[in-house]
Design a binder for this molecule. Sequence first.
Ligand code: PGA
Length: 297
Amino acid sequence: MMAGTLCAVGVGTVMYLVANKPAKGSKKARKGRKTEGKKFIIGGNWKCETNCAKVDEIITRLNGIESIPDAIEIYCCPPFPHLATATIDLRADIAVSSQDCGVMEKYGAFTGDSFAGMLKDLGCEWALVGHSERRQYQKESSELVAAKAAAALKQGLGAVVCIGESKTEREGGLSVMKKVLLDDQMTALLKALGNDQSAWANVVIAYEPVWAIGTGLSATPAMAQETHKLIRDWVAAKIGPTTAANLRIQYGGSVKGATAKELAAQPDIDGFLVGGSSLKDDFLLIISEAEAGLKMR
Ligand code: PGA
């Protein structure tokens, strides 16, 4: 029988269709998430952009990286249907993240949802939650996003929590920015996690101004630095200076190889969340330019 073909098999009087699947790859022990030290963290958010061929192309590109710079940690967020391919085929020193996760605390009758423990079992090391596209299209509230982050942490995943303001909010000035980013998005997270340092040690904040996502309009390094500092100062005041100093805050929004160096040179930018460019060769340039930017500090 040929591998992968469907054939009819008779059992008594009943006929079953049996898939003779090709041999399954073994699931590697993944070790892409670095909890010790404060590595610059670069995530590739593949969004809903990849078919099987594209996933193979991206994985081949990443697996071909000769060596990942010591100061840098990388993760990828494939769409849900491609998570298993990534956890099996992607090199083990690049972590895999889901693009969302459920709030439930166990396996069960939750059709269409993804229990964080299931993602962990699959080999994921991170769950990305609260991306602005989910806040916008799925109407996810900051409370729901925070509950998802807590559910991910409870199952041993790291949580990448996205926050960000719209164009109108940015134009509203500092008081509006503070209201959105701090009083709403960060406060909801603080309410869900409390000031438990061990929980915050497994959290990454991805600051992504909504007006910069997929638009080619990146925040300038100075604008990003200023907002990251605002977030870190708030964490220092509400949770504590050690948590604030250790917290990694990624910048996201049209990061490209051409802009990565200057952004990475900013003292409060601890990583990138990359959308469009994570599907292309440019992602490799982002990694090397980030390394060069870190050396400029
Ligand atoms: P972009 O997307 O890099 O295409 O702007 C970033 C993101 O949405 O995570």
